[in-house]
Design a protein around this ligand. Structure first.
Ligand code: S3P
Length: 171
């Protein structure tokens, strides 16, 4: 694999699980931006948001992405807001292939139900609110992506297999 493979998309799109499956299929290492941020900060993502605000979190995110971009051959599972900064999009495009996992608001809500680790979805968002957030982000994901894969109704194995066959159509 030349460069990195970046998985982007809204919260609940299944980036982490697909990255893990893909890592196994391609024998490649997986790099989770959120996990690295939390590990380095010694705090959970909600704690970073609470103490440093979204701006502090985004600064950490760009720092971690720079590090991932300096390696090659990684599958990078990105936090959903990675596309909010132009610099991040440039870093990803310069250092690899970007795959956008799309997801509907209904699937976001059912996949993230009961997990309290996403500050931007805290406070029980309605389907309309999530739809609005997805609509705002979509042009950014679209501008960043080389490939787009719909995830609704698919298990992570299927999503990973679709990405693999795009990368290695001959196999
Ligand atoms: C965020 C998505 C989260 C995490 C943070 C902010 C976002 O990652 O980075 O809570 O702005 O969409 P996941 O997409 O892995 O949930």
């Amino acid at each position: 694999m030349k460069g990195n493979l970046y998985l982007i998309g809204f919260m609940g799109a299944g980036k982490s699980t697909a990255a893990e499956r893909l890592g196994r299929l391609l024998c490649a290492a997986v790099f989770e931006t959120d996990a690295e941020i939390a590990r380095e900060a010694g705090m959970s993502i909600p704690e970073i948001f609470a103490r440093e605000g979204e701006e502090g979190f985004r600064n950490r995110e760009t720092e971690i992405l720079r590090r991932a971009a300096s390696y090659g051959g990684l599958i990078v599972s990105c936090g959903g807001g990675i596309v909010l900064r132009e610099e991040n999009v440039r870093l990803m495009k310069e250092s690899g292939t970007v795959v956008w996992l799309t997801v509907s608001a209904a699937a976001v809500l059912s996949r993230t139900e009961g997990s309290g680790d996403r500050p931007l979805l805290a406070g029980k968002k309605s389907r309309e609110e999530v739809e609005e957030m997805i609509k705002k982000r979509s042009p950014l994901y679209e501008a960043a992506r080389d490939l787009e894969i719909a995830t609704d109704g698919k298990d992570p194995e299927t999503v990973a297999e679709e990405i693999r066959s795009y990368l290695h159509p001959e196999r």
